[in-house]
Write a protein that binds this ligand. Structure first.
Ligand SMILES: Nc1nc2c(ncn2[C@@H]2O[C@H](COP(=O)(O)OP(=O)(O)OP(=O)(O)O)[C@@H](O)[C@H]2O)c(=O)[nH]1
Ligand SMILES: [Mg+2]
Length: 380
């Protein structure tokens, strides 16, 4: 430990021995004063110690101060964790991170790591189902059906819904939040500013949702805008359920035609369920229930660490990572959505991570639920 006076010397020796015995070092810095010379000296010393270090930037009392943490990236010890020790702000997050980083020992297996995904507008533990699609396809009609009352305005005029509205519904499978969104059209056609903001909010609803119902007006077939929307939802990582609405309007030929179209035009959403229904009459809407139930169950699921490691080991045996990369240990750090942490000896290429993600998905039959993979590098 760098330092000058006698007291410094004593402190240093204590710190040195504490660090030597530690599995993880929390390096606390003061976000209100920024990086000091001493911080830099300590960081340099910590980097040579070979220990796992978590930089905790303290005194982050408000969201606004959150940016102050970035200055501490220059310490070369990874992304700092902002907290306010005084107010206990984000203390839980740091605890979660510690549990993930500290290696488990024999007999340690009962330690459960719970990291709850939280963000703006999120109610922890309640899955969000967003209803999205082009204008006038019947999103609000479906929303009203699902929540069991006429909460959203329905009108035969594109652009009726301007802002997202959400409602929590008690279902036999537990509480579920449904979000009705504004119809989305191609960006080039979005000229009015209110419409632009509706569009942005609808996209945000997708990003924050756990399942997206993509509603398509079957009487118009699958348009390029539907395709683009499907791509966008897919990119957000939300599992998609395709709803072919206004189905009661189609004759037999038209129905056969759209069945073919689906495979051709929406192939990239993979094996997303496709449901045909009439939100107006209610026919077929009940088919959503088991599909949603299934997604929700997967969403809450937690896989035992032993099993995760077995699946990862098998995947690595079948196809080892290139140039000596290896997953040393893996665990499911969080559910809602399932989040897996892989401890690796060196960086693994994205293609290999996707392979591992697929192995986990198939190994535990996660279906189309989004899985998050976090990677932590550590010495063997
Ligand atoms: N025939 C038929 N009409 C439907 C069906 N679902 C909705 N509609 C009608 O389609 C029109 C638009 O319905 P909305 O629910 O307002 O559509 P929306 O997708 O919310 O529209 P925006 O909010 O403008 O994006 C209304 O006239 C509905 O009655 C359906 O299953 N069959
Ligand atoms: Mg609407």
């Amino acid at each position: 430990m760098p330092g000058g006076t006698e007291l410094d010397g004593k402190v240093s020796r204590q710190v040195e021995s504490a660090v030597k015995e530690a599995d993880l070092v929390l390096f606390v810095v003061d976000s209100t004063v920024g990086v000091l010379d001493d911080d830099q000296a300590i960081a340099k010393w910590l980097r040579t110690s070979g220990k796992e270090v978590l930089v905790v930037s303290n005194k982050v009392d408000t969201d606004k101060r959150e940016f102050d943490k970035w200055e501490f990236l220059s310490l070369g010890l990874g992304e700092p964790f902002p907290v306010s020790a005084l107010h206990g702000r984000k203390a839980g997050d740091v605890l979660d991170e510690i549990l993930i980083r500290v290696p488990r020992r024999e007999g340690d297996d009962e330690v459960e790591v719970v990291v709850e995904r939280q963000g703006p507008n999120r109610t922890p533990g309640i899955p969000r189902v967003s209803i999205v699609g082009r204008p006038n396809v019947g999103k609000s009609t479906l929303f009203n059906r699902l929540v069991g009352q006429d909460r959203a305005v329905v009108h035969d005029m594109p652009g009726t819904t301007r802002d997202s509205i959400d409602t929590v519904v008690e279902t036999p499978d537990g509480p579920m939040m449904f979000v009705d969104t504004a119809g989305m059209r191609r960006r080039s056609r979005v000229d009015e500013s209110t419409e632009y903001y509706s569009f942005v909010r609808a996209l945000r609803a997708v990003d924050e949702s756990d399942i997206a119902l993509l509603v398509i007006d079957a009487t118009e077939g699958i348009t390029s805008q539907d395709q683009r929307l499907a791509e966008r939802i897919d990119a957000s990582g939300s599992p998609v359920v395709v709803v072919l609405n206004k189905w009661e309007m189609l004759n037999a030929d038209e129905r056969a035609e759209i069945d073919i179209e689906i495979g051709r035009k929406l192939f990239f959403v993979g094996d997303a369920p496709v449901l045909k229904m009439s939100a107006l009459t209610g026919k077929g809407v009940q088919k959503l229930r088991p599909v949603l139930q299934d997604s929700i169950e997967q969403y809450h699921r937690r896989v035992p660490t032993r099993d995760v490691n077995r699946v990862i080991a098998r995947a690595q045996q079948q196809q080892p990572a290139p140039s000596g990369g290896r997953v040393l240990y893996a665990l499911q750090g969080a559910s809602d959505p399932p989040t897996f942490t892989l401890f690796v000896n060196k960086e693994l290429p994205p293609t290999y991570l996707r392979y591992l993600e697929r192995s986990i998905r198939e190994g535990f039959e996660f279906g189309s639920v989004p899985i998050k993979i976090r990677v932590r590098k550590r010495a063997e």
